[in-house]
Design a protein around this ligand. Structure first.
Ligand code: ZN
Length: 386
């Protein structure tokens, strides 16, 4: 059991100063006064000067690495536990990327089990960039129905020279598989769409909802802050009922006018859409750099820590704590269909971050009721990080 005494808590809604009691993997109580210091085996944390917020949910991470667009040597490395925990990520959704040929669903599933055993919660999208989706079992429906980790399909690439150039019918078919598999399995069956820099943008998604019975809420298009027209169409998409995900990793975030927090701040003026936005890191995905002539010169690696930076940046822009947290916590939990995640509430998983309230330094990470980081130091490491 862990008792955090007297922290200022945001669920993400402000709860004021409370005591948080975690037992097993759950939050047992979030109340004003909990007298539990004498409980046997209790870990006591003095919450004075600390902010408690839900653990971050990263809805798009390349656990096995990604990239490879510059040849074999540019395949990016696998993620390690502390890449996530030191970024405040306690739940991550893994996916394959451009290379769905040498990186397999089997390996991704094994890696997700490893991260789960090491301490965080993991989920997966089946498939990769290409349609037909490469699945573990015979179909998207079977993966969703029979394997707990799968919560959707993706990242299916559109409007990108690296996509399989899917037709409208192919997109409808894969989305219907995700929908039916999701319905039968009691999961969201989200279709995570990689939107490239192509001129079509998310036009294929607008076409899809026009020409099928599939609702816009079936999709979570990502990289929607890739360029200005796409950022603009994300508003249009959200106003028509859809969700939009902004990628936090970028080469030079300080020079990026399309940072997630900026776009979300702008979107807050639209009515009823604040719950439709999420941020993800694209962790271990590739960040290609090109020279003035457009030649590939280097490939950087996207980092989970970009989410932590975006959280702090949101607050520096003047967003409230709740607004800064929504796209990182409660929103992805609701959109991805993860009812135990994303909020500090009795009965949900004890996934809690403690920040120094003055410096906003991440002090403590609790995931599934276990202390993974304490006083900025990892207590849990991946097997080969030790
Ligand atoms: Zn992508």
């Amino acid at each position: 059991m862990i008792l955090i005494k007297g922290c200022e808590c945001f669920s993400p809604a402000p709860l004021g100063h409370v005591d948080l009691l975690c037992g097993g993997r759950e939050i047992i109580a979030a109340e004003e006064i909990i007298n539990g210091r004498s409980l046997p085996g209790l870990t006591f944390i003095d919450g004075k000067g600390l902010l408690a917020v839900p653990g971050f949910i990263d809805s798009h991470a390349h656990f096995l690495g990604g990239g490879g667009e510059g040849g074999y040597t540019t395949r990016t490395p696998e993620i390690r536990l502390t890449d996530l925990t030191l970024a405040g990520v306690t739940t991550a959704v893994g996916c394959l990327g451009t290379d769905g040929f040498t990186r397999f669903p089997h390996a991704l599933l094994a890696k997700s089990y490893a991260l789960e055993q090491e301490g965080i919660s993991t989920f997966l999208y089946t498939g990769s960039y290409q349609i037909p989706a490469r699945t573990l079992l015979d179909s998207v429906e079977e993966d969703l129905l029979l394997i707990e980790k799968y919560i959707g399909v993706g990242e299916i690439a559109i409007s990108d020279h690296r996509s399989s150039q899917p037709t409208l019918q192919e997109l409808i078919r894969v989305a219907s598989s995700a929908r039916v598999g999701g319905l039968l399995a009691g999961k969201a069956g989200i279709v995570n769409i990689h939107v490239g820099g192509g001129h079509e943008g998310i036009r294929p998604l607008f076409d899809l909802i026009k020409h099928s019975e599939i609702p816009p809420t079936q999709f979570l298009p990502t990289h929607m802050n890739r360029n200005a027209p796409l950022a603009e169409s994300s508003r249009e998409w959200v106003l028509s009922g859809g969700y939009a995900d902004f990628t936090a990793s970028s080469e030079k975030p300080e020079e990026n006018p399309l940072r997630p927090a900026r776009l979300f701040q702008k979107a807050l003026s639209d009515p009823h859409t604040r719950y439709h936005y999420t941020y993800s890191s694209d962790a271990q995905g590739s960040l290609p750099r090109f020279d003035a002539k457009g030649r590939l010169t280097e490939i950087g690696v996207a980092k989970a820590s970009s989410l932590l930076e975006e959280f702090r940046y949101s607050l520096s822009l003047g967003l409230s704590m709740e607004e800064a947290l929504l796209p990182l916590t409660a929103n992805p939990a609701a959109i991805l269909g993860l009812p135990r995640k994303g909020q500090i509430t009795t009965g949900r998983d004890a996934d809690i971050l403690l920040f120094d309230s003055k410096t906003l330094k991440l002090n403590t990470v609790i995931a599934k009721g276990r202390l993974l980081v304490r006083d900025n130091t990892p207590l849990a490491r991946g097997f080969f990080e030790r």
